[in-house]
Design a protein. Sequence first.
Length: 259
Amino acid sequence: MTTPLVLKLGGALLDNETALEQLFQVLTDYRTTVARPLILVHGGGCFVDDLLAKMNIVSEKNNGLRITPASDIGYIAGALAGTANKVLMAQGIKRGAKVVGLSLSDGGITQVVQADLELGSVGYCEAGNPELLQNLLGSGFLPIISSIGIDVKGQLLNVNADQAATAICETLGADLVMLSDVEGILDADMKLIKTINAVQAQQLITAGVINGGMEVKVKAALKAAKSLNREVKLASWKVPDRLLALLNGNAEGTTVSFK
């Protein structure tokens, strides 16, 4: 089987119906010309924020990671593995794609453990069993995977979607593209950095240029690049033509080096 491509979808995309329609049109166009298996991995912070606000629950973050009290995980799982996942599935079904919605623990595709106890019901995942995904991809399905996992104790855990996408890549030996609402990693002058390695990234993190959610994203990309021994892309979903060019191997966004 051709090396699969994992696309991690940024949360802002899920809150933009027009952008979602454009994304799935690009994926449809790509899949009609290129026989390369695709997997979508997503979070959905906009759905979580909206639901918690309606419940009058205040949500806090620590270094880009959502603090998730055990009392909130049911709501968060419903927003991510439920609403967000099905919104994405709906777009695929509209275009005739064979989509299947999954979470991080279906078929053991990743191994999920609880992270820092201070974060509550927040998990971290590692590579798991590739059998389910290989079977689905071999049958022409488009897996859409939410960032909700379950540990060996049966606890529902909220996993950072960037880190989840990395683990899926490790499971399959897949390539990774992280899509968000920014064109890539920006320097102190807000200009696109075409390529970056671990040393350069750490310098920007130390200087505070890379921080918050982008810091988590960059660290996940660096980890993926190192563990997979291949480049990882950080790019934008905003311009359909450029997104299609990216999928076809053209230079778009920021390339995170594994060296």
